[in-house]
Design a protein around this ligand. Structure first.
Ligand SMILES: NC(=O)c1ccc[n+]([C@@H]2O[C@H](COP(=O)([O-])OP(=O)(O)OC[C@H]3O[C@@H](n4cnc5c(N)ncnc54)[C@H](O)[C@@H]3O)[C@@H](O)[C@H]2O)c1
Ligand SMILES: N[C@@H](CCC=O)C(=O)O
Length: 550
């Protein structure tokens, strides 16, 4: 039965999800503490593969460990394989026609409802899973699993509505022109990282909202929280098959999906080398696809803070505090985390003193000791990798560790927030992505500000985020111009992390990604294939034109 269109519906007002503050004794603090305790008491959770609404327990399982205490298994998840991936593709394609023909308001309602369920009924549960599974403290879990994910789900609806309202401005007499924003033919493959529950949710949800069907391969480091998000979408009314939840071996699942002629798009967030590998696989398979696949990927970074010589004492202190936050929040495991810092020689003594004094106030420990600013890194692989950077700096004559540097994986994967000062502008820790709580400072001559801006752009292959601290407007304009192509998200007198959906659309260029800007309308345009429709109302009477008259 055709669906009648009986009105143009207006979306509810879309605003950022208000962030709660979780001060000790507050109502929300009591609730999150209770949710964490309940989740610990519940023990290991079993997570299935979900295909066409069916929960599949394959029996081939993998464990997600609690990074604060690696003896504790957060989740045992069942793994899909190539055969199940094919079943997921077939099921998704079968679900597509009904899903994309659902009226826009009904599609939107699923995601708005999911956001409301997350903000209320499931807020503390998803936060607790993000804390215990991904090693976030309360505040980091709130800004990710509650606020950012609600914002993605809601703002996507607003942006989709704006896209749908873009119609041809002109119609010749007797005709009517329209634009349809179709989903892509085939299916989208969404591959998500461990570090943001919100990104996990957005990678499949954004294309699904635009009428696509999606295979979601979550990160093994975030399976529990991601599965809860999946269940919320289902409770909100997402039809079976529209998003297929397929955890398991990345190469087997993703390789099979990318080899399918029906593969229409990659929506990826993760490391640069994995994205490049996938891009190559897609390129190698180009003759077999029904359509040219859309490749969307947000990847690594080597983000910077740079201080201008114009800063006064307050400005330097502000930059030092923002550097502590930008480098060490969530143990530096944000793609946007500050990892290198350029300080003029005239300000270095004060900056160093401020950094060391503030660093001494950082406490670190398991996430269920709720007051800690710093927690564990995600797993043994990350621990060993980050430690190797610190070990390298410890033996490098050009480098001095001025704060932190200790690593302990006896119970959880703890790495002290570490500050290195280097004389080598191309030191290993100035050039390579570490993805951990390590920041390296390079001191430049005040007279070399312009050259240092050039250096910022030439030191790494990345271009994700950067922050510039300066006092007067002329310096701000100068720095902003010189640093234009070094970052997709550029901050003036603020830290280089903490982008908010609806406020700072997020993404970078160069090796940091395709810069399609998560949390904006432009990302959504990657998952649509427009159809232009012209309708004529009046029959023609002759095929010749006046100019053909003799
Ligand atoms: N630019 C951004 O917006 C952004 C946001 C978050 C994280 N990141 C980046 O993500 C990285 C950290 O996340 P991570 O450790 O989860 O990244 P990762 O690249 O190790 O994993 C990301 C996803 O890719 C999958 N994967 C790994 N190898 C694969 C393969 N061979 N084929 C197919 N899939 C494969 C993983 O299982 C996971 O689901 C960092 O580099 C960080 O900068 C970027
Ligand atoms: N919204 C986040 C994105 C981080 C990616 O890992 C930030 O800017 O901190």
């Amino acid at each position: 039965m055709a669906t009648p269109t009986l009105a143009h519906f207006k979306l509810p007002q879309i605003d950022n999800e208000p962030m709660l503050n979780y001060a000790p004794g507050s109502a929300e603090r009591v609730k999150i503490e209770a949710a964490v305790k309940e989740m610990i008491a519940q023990g290991t959770v079993e997570v299935p593969v979900v295909i066409n609404g069916e929960k599949i327990y394959t029996g081939k399982t993998c464990e997600q460990l609690n990074p604060s205490n690696h003896k504790s298994v957060v989740a045992k998840f069942h793994e899909a394989d190539a055969a199940l991936t094919q079943k997921a593709i077939d099921g998704a394609l079968a679900a597509k026609a009904k899903w994309e023909s659902l009226p826009f308001n009904d599609r939107v309602a699923v995601f708005l409802k999911a956001a409301d369920l997350l903000a209320t009924k499931y807020r503390y549960k998803v936060m607790a899973a993000t804390m215990l599974g991904q090693g976030k403290n309360i505040w980091q879990a709130e800004i990710d699993a509650a606020a950012e994910l609600c914002d993605f789900l809601r703002f996507n609806c607003k942006y989709a509505e704006e896209i749908y309202s873009q119609q041809p401005p002109k119609n010749a007499p007797g005709t009517w022109n329209r634009t349809e924003f179709r989903g892509l033919e085939g299916f989208v493959l969404a591959i998500s990282p461990f570090n943001f529950t919100a990104i996990g949710g957005n990678l499949p949800a954004a294309p699904a909202l635009m009428g696509n069907v999606v295979l979601w391969k979550p990160s093994p480091g975030a399976v529990h929280s991601n599965y809860l998000v999946y269940e919320i979408l289902v409770e909100a009314g997402l039809p079976a098959g529209v998003i297929q939840f397929v955890p398991g071996p990345a190469e087997e699942i993703c390789g099979h999906a990318i080899a399918s002629p029906e593969f229409s798009s990659l929506h990826f967030t993760g490391s640069t080398h994995v994205f490049r590998k996938l891009w190559r696989e897609i390129g190698n398979n180009i003759d077999n696809y029904k359509s040219y696949p859309r490749i969307v990927g947000e990847t690594g970074g080597k983000n910077y803070h740079i201080l201008h010589p114009s800063l006064d004492q307050d400005g330097v202190r502000h930059a030092a505090l923002q550097t502590i936050r930008g480098s060490f929040e969530y143990q530096g495991q944000k793609c946007s985390a500050c990892s290198r810092c350029y300080v003029p020689a005239s300000q270095f003594a004060q900056f160093k003193k401020d950094i060391i004094e503030e660093h001494a106030k950082i406490t670190q420990g398991p996430v269920e000791e709720f007051h800690h600013f710093s927690g564990p890194v995600i797993n043994k692989f990350a621990f060993d990798k980050i430690k190797s950077f610190i070990d390298h700096a410890a033996t490098d004559d050009d480098c001095e560790i001025i704060a932190g540097g200790k690593c302990d994986d006896s119970v959880g994967y703890f790495i002290e927030p570490t500050v290195i000062v280097t004389k080598n502008k191309f030191a290993k820790t100035m050039t390579e992505e570490i993805f951990g709580p390590v920041v390296t400072i390079y001191v430049y001559d005040d007279a070399d500000f312009e050259a240092t801006c050039k250096l910022v752009g030439e030191t790494t292959q990345y271009g994700l985020t950067g922050a510039f601290f300066a006092k007067d407007r002329d310096s701000i304009v100068q720095g902003s111009n010189l640093l234009r192509n070094t970052a997709g998200n550029f901050y003036i007198n603020d830290k280089c992390t903490g982008a908010v959906v609806g406020q700072q659309p997020f993404g970078g260029g160069r090796a940091s990604g395709t810069n399609d800007k998560a949390g904006s309308w432009s990302l959504l345009t990657r998952f649509i294939s427009t159809r232009t429709v012209k309708e004529s109302f009046v029959p023609i009477e002759n095929f010749v034109y006046p100019s053909n008259a003799i």
